[in-house]
Design a binder for this molecule. Structure first.
Ligand code: GLV
Ligand code: MN
Ligand code: MN
Length: 400
């Protein structure tokens, strides 16, 4: 285990300043930005330092192979993502990539000879913070996100994903389902910081994932009439901000009613002037629940409210319930001292790969507060190292 300490600390330290907001301590690491380029270079450097073969797939995801997956595959892939939500935490994503490299180091240091190639993967644009679609890299890879739609997605400044990729030196013409890359992946294991208090409550450091709960994102456009904030009588106003306020409250009410969760975490106002009644408010609703019916019931309640206000509600992404193979989860739990088996309400590339038919598992590392998507996201170093040890054990089991 000690052999894994040094590389883990060095890698964690190398990533710490990338995209860090000095005021909040949170991270801004969006897809196809300069921060993203630094993270991609870091990944390539880690691959080169270990003599791994670096491959970038058609969607821009990076793969660092120990062994030849075409000759001797399909292989075992360990990995996660490096991007963040706006002002996100250090652990969501990077913990999985750093732990994958550290686990690979550990098994190689032990002299382990795998029966099949092993790779570390870096999936791009997992959070969808810039272009709106979460897990864009794995969705494009598997065909769950159409390449034409992906290229045309725009960020807040109207820059398309295709333009952003081109500026970052990647040809968007290659975007598309990548069967050749997928064929190389025999099994995928994603380690992730837990985004709840399940492990803290159980007093355990590491869990195995059982399933990802259904979740989706909807865009709501609420039109109004721009007018002067001082001279327009209240009775004469057509103010879409009032409709948006109702939507936020209705989302909470519907979530409580249907035993789900719903969040309005992003809003865009046109023209966004302090002394002008808005002409348009665009808001986003993220809704999740234990089953699809609950989530759909929340959205049905909101649809009628939005239509009453002459607005539109558009589904931007949907991910159905994604159970991970029970036999694999059970096998890994037994291997890891009967590790707890937990479901999660967070989305992951592991879910996209699993839905595409790749045998997939997840490991979670204890998060003492459960806080995530926030600068306060945290995991104790000892728990992170326990995660590396667990991942190394899993790698040896699945590649023996
Ligand atoms: C990603 O972390 C998500 O669950 O939205
Ligand atoms: Mn996340
Ligand atoms: Mn994540």
């Amino acid at each position: 285990m000690n052999v894994a300490l040094l590389p883990w600390d060095r890698m964690w330290g190398d990533l710490a300043p990338v995209g860090r907001d000095a005021r909040s301590g949170g991270y801004r690491r969006s897809a196809w930005t300069s921060e993203d380029a630094t993270l991609r270079e870091w990944f390539a450097g880690e691959a080169a330092a270990r003599g791994l073969d670096l491959v970038t797939d058609r969607a821009g995801n990076q793969w660092a192979w120990w062994g030849d997956p075409d000759a001797d595959g399909p292989g075992l892939v360990l990995g996660s993502h490096l991007d963040s939500v706006p002002d996100g935490g250090a652990f969501d994503g990077p913990l999985g990539v750093v732990s994958a490299f550290a686990a690979l180091d550990a098994v190689r240091d032990r002299g382990f000879t795998p029966s099949r190639p092993i790779a570390v993967a870096h999936f791009c644009d997992e959070e969808g913070a810039r272009f709106g679609i979460a897990c864009a890299g794995s969705r494009i890879l598997t065909g769950a996100l159409d390449a034409v739609r992906a290229r045309g997605l725009t960020d807040a400044d109207g820059i398309t994903m295709a333009e952003a990729m081109t500026r970052a030196g990647h040809d968007p013409a290659h975007l598309g389902t990548d069967a050749e890359t997928l064929r190389r992946v025999g099994t995928f294991v994603e380690l992730h910081v837990e985004q709840g208090r399940g492990l803290a409550d159980l007093d355990r450091a590491v869990a195995v994932g059982s399933a990802i709960r259904p979740h989706g994102r909807w865009r709501v456009d609420l039109p109004g009439e721009a007018n002067h904030a001082g001279t327009t009588l209240l009775a004469d106003r057509d103010d879409p901000m009032l409709a948006f306020a109702s939507l936020v409250l209705a989302a909470r009410e519907a979530a409580e009613k249907h035993d789900a969760v719903a969040t309005c975490g992003k809003v865009r106002v046109e023209p966004n002037g302090v002394n002008a009644i808005p002409s348009l408010v665009t808001g986003w609703v993220d809704a999740r629940g234990d089953d699809e019916a609950r989530v759909r019931a929340v959205i049905a309640d909101l649809t009628s409210l939005v239509e009453d206000r002459r607005g539109t509600l558009t589904e931007e992404s949907w991910t159905g319930i994604t159970p991970f193979p029970t036999d694999l989860a059970g096998r890994l739990s037994a291997l890891l001292d009967d590790a707890p088996v937990l479901a999660t309400g967070a989305g992951h590339d592991a879910g996209i790969l699993s839905a595409a038919g790749v045998p997939t598992a997840m490991l979670f590392v204890r998060n003492p507060t459960g806080v995530s998507h926030s600068p306060a996201e945290f995991a104790e170093r000892d728990d992170c190292l326990a995660g590396v040890a667990a991942l190394a054990t899993v790698a040896e089991e699945l590649a023996r």
